[in-house]
Design a protein around this ligand. Sequence first.
Ligand SMILES: Nc1ncnc2c1ncn2[C@@H]1O[C@H](COP(=O)(O)OP(=O)(O)OP(=O)(O)O)[C@@H](O)[C@H]1O
Ligand SMILES: [Mg+2]
Length: 327
Amino acid sequence: MDCGFRVKFLGRYVCFADRGDETKRLLDLARRGRSVPLVIYGPEGCGKTSLLRYLHKRLSGYYDYVIYYSPLYGPEEGLTAPDDVKRAVMSLARAVGGELASAVAEAVLAIGEIFVRRLGVRRVDSLALLLDDVFQAVGNAELYVKKALNLAEHPPVEVGKISVILASSEGESLEAVGRHLWADVKTIWNLNKAGFRELVGQIPDAGQDAERLWSAAGGNPRLVELLAGEGWSAERLVEKMYKVRDVDAQLLAKYRKVVEEALADPDVLLDAPRELTRYLVSKNLVAKIVDPLAPIEGGKDLGVGKDYAWQTPLHRELVRLALRRTG
Ligand SMILES: Nc1ncnc2c1ncn2[C@@H]1O[C@H](COP(=O)(O)OP(=O)(O)OP(=O)(O)O)[C@@H](O)[C@H]1O
Ligand SMILES: [Mg+2]
């Protein structure tokens, strides 16, 4: 737990709960610099944004330039960078035109223009770009990753060390990104049990139910917030998720037998009809596991396999409910 870095959770500021393994791995990678962008995928609400922001803080100590951008916070508010860099990126994005959120995402990759032409900086010792949820804003995830690769492989300014890290929860884009050798793809998962206990232990009325919450949320902090909103009722939350997600119950019924098997062991999705696996991934119910940043805890009880996993146990319950509703 790092109380020097606080994040908002359940309406209050809490200490950043343990992400020791992931942080160490990412800092090690960044320390060496990388010529291939790293793309980290993980369940919705597992803590990608929090981890990237934490990384921003940790890297800021010894990297010359650390730039974080998430279009979800708005084109300007979502950009965290030294003042002169921020001004240069924003002015370039405005000059490029088009939708600003997407123009900023493009502008942060234009480091030749930013550093050499706009800031007059010819050499940068270390540069980290942390790009959070940019794929939707830029439209073409594949092309964006290729641009990031070009930047890291052939930096248009002399750079000692460069790290480009992108995070996304959009399983669909993984298929596009994964079909090239343009990025190193890794999975980030929900918090491990120790980290999850650290997190819920900071919330007096949730801490006492840590074990029950772990079985429902599987370490996913967002799910804890959603459970709190439903008076800690897993049934109510599953019902709501089912309605909101607009699950295609007919499709699940069509593959009922495989879906039932996948409820017990998600790894059966490896050999399941593509239509089904794709659907479950695109609906963010299931995630594909690729070279996890840290060991994934939970096992089959929580719906975690070797190659596929239910994003959380309640996502699995949602599918169970959908099957029941189709008779
Ligand atoms: N290590 C952590 N310690 C404390 N709180 C955390 C931690 N990780 C995530 N949280 C909290 O959990 C919630 C979800 O986290 P976050 O927004 O980082 O997830 P995400 O993976 O980026 O979600 P999305 O997929 O929607 O982008 C937030 O309220 C955040 O503050
Ligand atoms: Mg996020």
